[in-house]
Design a binder for this molecule. Structure first.
Ligand SMILES: C[S@@+](CC[C@H](N)C(=O)[O-])C[C@H]1O[C@@H](n2cnc3c(N)ncnc32)[C@H](O)[C@@H]1O
Length: 215
C-alpha cells in the first residue's frame, strides 16, 4: 500500500487526483458527523471567507505541496505566491502553473522567503501558513520557523495582513531560546504580549489571526 501511494505521488496528475477527491472527502467527513481532521474543502472556504471579508486580493501560502490550494483559489485572487522547500515539489508546481502569470511558486525555506516577500508587497495579504511542518521531514528543524514568520508578518509596515494557520492541533510554537512551549494557548499568550492589536481564534483546526476591532 505504501509503495503504491509512493508510485501514485510520482504521477504528473497526482495533484489533480487529490483535488478531485476534495468534494467526496468533505461529504464523507460530514456523514461521519465531523470527526477531527478538517477536509481541504473547508480550508478552502475559510480562506475565501477571510479574503472576502477583509478585501484581500493577494494570497501567500507556505508549503505548496501538490498545489491544491493554489489551484482551488486562483480565481479568487489577483496574485498568489506559494513557497515550497522541497525541490521536486517546487519544480512540479512551477510547471503546473507556468502559464498563469499571477501565480508564483517560490522555492526555499518559508521563514527566509516570507520576510523577503513582505518587502515587495504594496497592500495587505492573506497568509496561509502551515503549523505542522517543522517536523515535516522528521528532522525537527526550523524550530522557530513559525514565530519568525509571524513576527515578520504582524510587525510588517503594512497593517491589515490576515493570517490563517493550518493544523492548529499540531502547532509547535517556539520562540527564541524559550523552553518548549507548544499549542494554541502559548501562541495566544505570545501574540497578545507582542501584538496586542490582534486576536487569535481557532475553528476547524485553523488558527485565525485578525486585527482586534477598535473599542
Ligand atoms: C501539509 S503540506 C501543505 C499543504 C498546503 N498548504 C495546502 O493547503 O494544500 C506541507 C508542505 O510544506 C513543505 N515544507 C516543509 N517545510 C517547509 C519550509 N520550511 N518552507 C516551505 N515549505 C516547507 C513540505 O515540503 C510540504 O510540501
Amino acid at each position: 500500500m505504501k509503495s503504491f501511494r509512493k508510485l501514485l505521488r510520482r504521477l504528473p496528475f497526482y495533484g489533480a487526483i487529490k483535488s478531485a477527491s476534495h468534494y467526496p472527502d468533505y461529504w464523507y467527513w460530514k456523514l461521519r458527523i465531523r470527526p477531527g481532521r478538517t477536509p481541504h474543502l473547508l480550508k478552502q472556504r475559510a480562506l475565501r471567507e477571510y479574503a472576502e471579508k477583509y478585501g484581500l486580493r493577494t494570497l501567500i501560502e507556505t508549503g505548496t505541496y501538490y498545489g491544491e490550494m493554489v489551484a482551488a483559489l486562483k480565481i479568487y485572487f489577483d496574485r498568489i505566491f506559494s513557497v515550497e522547500s522541497e525541490h521536486e515539489l517546487a519544480v512540479r508546481a512551477s510547471l503546473k502553473f507556468a502559464r498563469e502569470p499571477k501565480i508564483r511558486i517560490l522555492e526555499g525555506e518559508s521563514q527566509q522567503v516570507v520576510p523577503e516577500l513582505l518587502k515587495s508587497l504594496a497592500e495587505p495579504a492573506l497568509f496561509w501558513l502551515d503549523a505542522g511542518y517543522y517536523t515535516w521531514d522528521g528532522l525537527h528543524r526550523n524550530k522557530q520557523r513559525l514565530s519568525l514568520e509571524l513576527n515578520a508578518i504582524l510587525g510588517d509596515k503594512i497593517k491589515g495582513h490576515i493570517v490563517l494557520i493550518d493544523d492548529a492541533s499540531t502547532l509547535k510554537f517556539r520562540s527564541g531560546d524559550q523552553p518548549e512551549p507548544a499549542g494554541v494557548a502559548e501562541l495566544q499568550a505570545r501574540l497578545a504580549a507582542r501584538f496586542p492589536g490582534h486576536k487569535v481564534e481557532v475553528k476547524h483546526d485553523i488558527v485565525r489571526i485578525t486585527p482586534r476591532p477598535a473599542s
